[in-house]
Design a protein around this ligand. Sequence first.
Ligand code: AMP
Length: 202
Amino acid sequence: MRLILLGPPGAGKGTQAQRLVESYNIPQLSTGDMLRAAVKAGTEVGKRAKAVMDAGELVSDEIVNAIVAERIDQPDCANGFILDGYPRTLQQADAVGDMLSRRKQKLDAVIELVVDDKALVGRIVKRAKDAEAAGQSVRKDDNPQVFDERLREYYKKTAPLIGYYYAKGRLEGVDGMASIDEVTSQIEALLRGVRGKAKADA
Ligand code: AMP
């Protein structure tokens, strides 16, 4: 199963991806997590990405595409993966399409978590508070000021992917304002449909 989770920051992509990891036994590939790990490790990529991430802007396509291309060749991706936070630009969408076709693989679904913008900033503030309360480090970009920029970047560069995948007949929407369990059920129902169709086509 190869999936893309689409949606603005705070839509719940990470939370849902973690649940799908358990049910489908495939890894969550979060480019945000990979970039944060690179920043922490002080690698060349991390050094180039840090200021951009702190400002809530997007890291270059070149860097992110290279990270993903390397990651999907790891053995744990053999049966599929969940892309969380990637692709985020039309160029990245073309790049992942090329990566998969070169490997004779295909996407099973692109799932958009449809949310109300007004609820998002509250979710981000809550995420920061929860992390703090749990003694975890708080993301530098999880604050209302940087969040505004992240949302602008989303509408400018990522939202066009909704049309891109819709036109390819790959887009499925779920109500991201429902409870976490309800969103998971909606996604799982949708994926059962995708699997059923794949079997029927085989
Ligand atoms: P996330 O954890 O997905 O919210 O990502 C945190 C930050 O990492 C983003 O605000 C960007 O600066 C950077 N980032 C993550 N994924 C991408 C991507 N696919 N393309 C460009 N920048 C990204």
